[in-house]
Design a protein around this ligand. Structure first.
Ligand SMILES: [Zn+2]
Length: 472
């Protein structure tokens, strides 16, 4: 099957050929841990989780290494800790755990490695020393800066001139810089601020060098795919490329650069002042993680995504339909199956998840129409295997329809219960199933439905106007 992804570096869709098919390597920039992440931060996590699942399917589960870092030293962390009078270690440990829980609730696999920046200071210092030795960096007033003009390749990813990039990004001008575009590799730390001893005094790394050092530690000098949000292209990814290439004799950092698009909320830019700033944590109080995941997958990762109430409602309705089909097939044993070939081919075409979901719907419709047991078993197997490739439909259908979404927390060997307990669509569907059963004089089934609802605290009342329900 041909595999191709859009490469930001070449600005076109390219056939994907891993450097080593027995070890396909991917790095994605992770969060800076000082608060709950917002829904926009979940976009790359879910998109690259589908990519991780696809690569494992194509090359073998043990043949893919996925690294997503945790930035646990950063000025925003220091500021937040000072403002709220918290210990930095406690703040980063707590928000890291919250992030991991939120991402597990969105049914993301844990990456192969989730390195923390503070565990890799030594590797950062080594890389900075190399850059100083070969003239790509200089020391000034206890800082070490990258000399941007020493790198001919600088700007290749964003495709803009140095001046344009610097004007656009409002780069910090400091008197000790040789040139405004030069960026910090190491900076001094005052007392009371995290710092490590280095050849340049007690200090801490700049953000960009963290990713260059951590990707090298786990993936080597050149690896296959580097991912992240569109907003990271400049300066973060441009700077990662410069540092890595200049300390590795020009070897490219990654062959393919993949970027997800921006997110808006109900057509507007997401901002705290507009009151449309949603953290994943808040959304999970109202919606099962699988609904949020489905909503994200309904759009193509490179397109702008408009996050709406309507989108989440539709996602839930769609998932209800899938789980109703699976419930109908509950007594059918799924035939062992590979994911649908049409679905795999949609994902191999630059992760076309909207098309993959269309394939899922057609599998479901076929399953609903299937008459023979063999056909039902085959379609159930295919639906489940295809769903697994997207990270969908892995829950017990009855649990889903009863509104209990349980997601395994792989990394912490615990389970998180998320989502609401009452879903009107589901109750109405159950009532109509029960009416159908009664019409067919299948009183066993109609009693089963009534009892199942009663167990969830929903009481049905039959009256002259039909059946109504109330909470017990
Ligand atoms: Zn990064």
């Amino acid at each position: 099957m041909s595999v191709s992804f859009y490469n930001t570096l070449s600005r076109k869709k390219e056939a994907f050929e891993p450097l080593h098919p027995t070890n396909v390597r991917m790095y994605v920039c992770g969060p800076t841990v000082y608060d709950y992440v917002h829904i926009g931060n979940a976009v790359p996590v879910v998109a690259f989780d589908v990519l991780f699942r696809l690569l494992r399917h194509l090359y073998g589960e043990d043949c893919v290494t996925y690294v997503r870092n945790i930035t646990d030293v950063d000025d925003r962390i220091i500021e937040r800790a000072a403002e709220s009078n918290q210990d930095i270690g406690e703040l980063t440990a707590r928000t890291t755990l919250a992030y991991q829980r939120d991402m597990a609730a969105l049914i993301n696999l844990s990456p192969s490695v989730e390195p923390r920046a503070t565990d890799h200071i030594e590797q950062m210092v080594t890389m900075i020393e190399t850059l100083l030795q070969n003239g790509h960096a200089y020391e000034a007033e206890n800082h070490v800066l990258f000399r941007v003009k020493s790198d001919d390749g600088y700007g290749a990813l964003s495709g803009r001139t140095l001046e344009d990039m610097i004007d656009g990004a409002r780069v910090e001008v400091a008197p000790y810089k040789e040139y405004a575009g030069d960026f910090v590799l190491w900076k001094p730390s005052d007392d009371g601020v995290p710092g490590w001893d280095s050849p340049w005094g007690r200090g801490r790394p700049g953000w960009h060098i963290e990713c260059s050092a951590m990707s090298k530690a786990y993936l080597g000098e050149t690896f296959d795919i580097h991912g992240g949000g569109l907003d990271l292209i400049f300066p973060h990814h441009e700077n990662e490329i410069a540092q890595s290439a200049c300390s590795h004799g020009g070897a490219p950092l990654a062959n393919v650069w993949m970027h997800n698009g921006f997110i808006t909320v109900e057509g507007q830019k997401m901002s705290k002042s507009l009151g449309n700033f949603f953290t994943v944590h808040e959304l999970l109080e109202e919606w099962p993680g699988e609904v949020l995941r489905y909503t994200l997958l309904a759009g193509h990762y490179r397109r702008p995504l408009d996050w709406t109430q309507k989108g989440m409602t539709q996602a839930r309705q769609n998932l209800n339909k899938f789980y109703q089909t699976l419930r109908m097939l509950e007594d059918v044993e799924a035939a062992p199956s590979e994911p649908s070939e049409r679905l795999v081919s949609a994902l191999c075409d630059d992760l076309n998840t909207p098309k993959a979901l269309t394939v899922m719907h057609s599998l479901k419709d076929d399953a609903n129409r299937a008459s023979s047991e063999a056909e039902k078993a085959k379609l159930k197997g295919e639906l489940l295997a295809s769903g697994a490739l997207l990270g969908l439909l892995q829950q017990n259908p009855m649990d889903w329809l009863q509104g209990i979404a349980i997601v395994p927390m792989q990394s912490m060997h615990m389970e998180v219960e998320v989502g609401p307990s009452v879903d009107e669509d589901y109750i109405n569907q159950m009532i109509s199933d029960r009416n159908e059963a009664r019409k067919n004089k299948d009183f066993g089934e109609s009693d089963r439905i009534r009892d199942a609802l009663a167990e969830q605290g929903i009481i049905l009342e039959d009256g002259p106007q039909g059946t109504t329900w109330k909470k017990a």
